[in-house]
Design a protein around this ligand. Structure first.
Ligand SMILES: Nc1nc2c(c(=O)[nH]1)N[C@H]1C(S)=C(S)[C@@H](COP(=O)(O)O)O[C@H]1N2
Ligand SMILES: [Mo]
Length: 282
């Protein structure tokens, strides 16, 4: 073990669920309706539709039966938007970036679910699981052979802090395209319909896991990160490979990726299963 692979004791995020809950967001205090409204308003504004939806239409939408917690008519709008997002992989709405000089020199560490117990980074491999296809195993060198991108952005935790941080790694979209992943055809996608709807990620020991919509996964700022501040990731930050996804809150930025999976069903989501919003988008 490298010295920096020692994971310091973190009083937060211990195993007792009753202890985990209080650190989570003020979203807790919102009613389901408020949450849905926030989410739908966000969905509309994301695609620039807010200005063209008259109030009467809005009321109609909110009075309709809900599908998966989202009013039916809006659900179909969102489905269309999902298609649009999948087609263009939403290169707009980039998270703001910062000069290198503003990046934290001693970035904070938060959350160690799935990072406890023995782990040998040298023996690490990435597993890829797809419906009706054999599992794949890839090495860190495979990831490093993809174009490297660096990103300095404001990392936001739902617990109420944020920090400008400097990350480096490969785009998840490049990884997906390079290996022809996430598609029904098993080939690099030729149309948005070819993609499965969700990507799941899990730590090697299964102790932490997140689900992502494919459009967020394909976002150009979404990285499979192996560097922080120009250095290989340390253990507490998720060595050897973690997810950096600036369009989502910190909880979705899974450290120490063991498995990446693709599916049309929503993958398991650690905090989603504990009552929080599945998307946690920014
Ligand atoms: N495996 C794993 N990844 C995780 C977590 C965790 O508990 N386990 N916590 C998440 C949360 S809540 C945050 S804010 C970020 C913190 O990343 P950092 O420790 O690099 O600051 O990691 C995310 N990824
Ligand atoms: Mo977090």
């Amino acid at each position: 073990m490298e010295p920096n692979d020692q994971i310091p004791e973190q009083p937060k995020h211990e195993d007792s669920p009753s202890e985990q809950v209080p650190h989570m967001p003020e979203r807790e205090e919102l009613t389901t309706d408020q949450q849905i409204r926030r989410r739908t308003i966000k969905a509309f504004s994301l695609f620039g539709l807010a200005s063209i939806v008259p109030v009467g239409v809005w009321k109609y939408i909110n009075s309709q039966p809900r599908v998966a917690g989202i009013p039916g008519p809006l659900r179909s709008v969102l489905n269309v938007n999902e298609q649009i997002a999948n087609t263009y992989f939403s290169n707009q709405h980039l998270a703001p970036t910062f000069p290198l000089s503003e990046a934290a020199k001693q970035p904070r560490v938060n959350g160690r679910d799935g990072l406890k117990g023995d782990f040998d980074p040298a023996a690490w491999k990435l597993n890829v699981q797809q419906p009706d296809r054999p599992n794949m195993t890839l090495s860190l060198d495979d990831i490093k052979s993809l174009p490297k991108h660096e990103l300095v952005f404001d990392f936001k935790c739902v617990e109420g802090w944020s920090q400008v941080q400097h990350w480096g790694g490969a785009r998840l979209s490049d990884f997906i395209s390079r290996y022809g992943l996430g598609t029904r055809s098993g080939q690099p996608a030729t149309s948005e319909d070819d993609f499965f709807k969700h990507v799941g990620m899990m730590t090697p020991n299964g102790g932490y896991y997140v689900g992502l919509d494919i459009a967020s996964a394909m976002h150009p700022q979404t990285l499979l990160a192996y560097e922080m501040n120009g250095q290989p990731l340390t253990g507490p930050h998720g060595a050897p490979l973690r997810l950096i996804i600036p369009v989502k809150y910190g909880v979705k930025n899974l450290k120490r990726i063991g498995t990446i999976s693709f599916a049309d069903e929503r993958p398991r989501d650690f905090w989603g299963e504990r009552g929080y919003d599945y998307h946690l988008g920014l």
